[in-house]
Design a protein around this ligand. Sequence first.
Ligand SMILES: [Zn+2]
Length: 322
Amino acid sequence: MIYEIRQAGAKGLGLFATNPIARGTRILSERPLLAIRQDQDVDGIFYAAKSLTKNDKKALLDLSGHSGGQHLELVRWMQVVWWNVKNLVGSVRQPSTITSSIPSIRSMQEHMAIFNVFRSNSFNLGGRGRIQQAVFDNVARINHSCLPNAQGNFHSTLGRFNVHALRDIKSGEEVTLNYLPELGAVAASRGSKLRKGYGFECDCVACDLTSARGKLGEERRAEERKRIKEFAATVEKNAEGLVAELKMTERFIQLFEAEGITGREVASMYFEVAKLNVKLGRRDEAIQCAEKGLELDEYCIGSDHPTYEDGVEFIKALKSKN
Ligand SMILES: [Zn+2]
């Protein structure tokens, strides 16, 4: 085992390296504890929970479920009641099961706990997989950092959530992921999303605006956001617009690299720049960019990932064009 789960101070439990972990290492690879499909809505959680084994249900309920404030609490309670009623109506049609299906307060409370855990611990897996949103046992223990040293990706063919080291991690260092999907957000915006969505204050270096490191990053991010707004307001989709978009994306890559962010988001930007170069007829530049993206992908998602394979195909196609 290259990691352990233990207390991480005020954050509760966390996942820590027990050995030095090299960049690109697949730290863990986990099947979902509970998952809902693309075609399911919120009650998919409860249907999925019904088939959990006793141990899996315990593991799930052991995860902390931040409730997200009074208002949400009420909404969730209503959803749980609604689901129980629906379930009860369903069983009225089969009278033999009715007694066992009458929801007790205890089962409603358990449902609400499951719902809360799912809401605050699940990941949106996006992409091409059948599974849309899922919660994972050990992955859920990994705490957030706005400058994470690891990144998670769902591998749809394996049906597993893989966590890769984005840089070398020292023995004893906490392994962290970025919970926020938005790129380049400033501290105030990140803070409010983390508070509302997960119920904690981030204490990572990027959020410490009293430090030189935090201040510098904040200035960079604010400046880039301003540029993006200006860009979005003025860009036109002609060749000039493509060049502007390309420059903008390159600047964004620079910002991320200066901040020490090297995950899939940066890899995908390299591929964006590659595609823009293709549109501009610059094949050699396109290949160069795509190869940089692929190199990052090898670290952050691994060469067995479908997205990595797409990258390989993309480059192959570019090289075969004469
Ligand atoms: Zn932070």
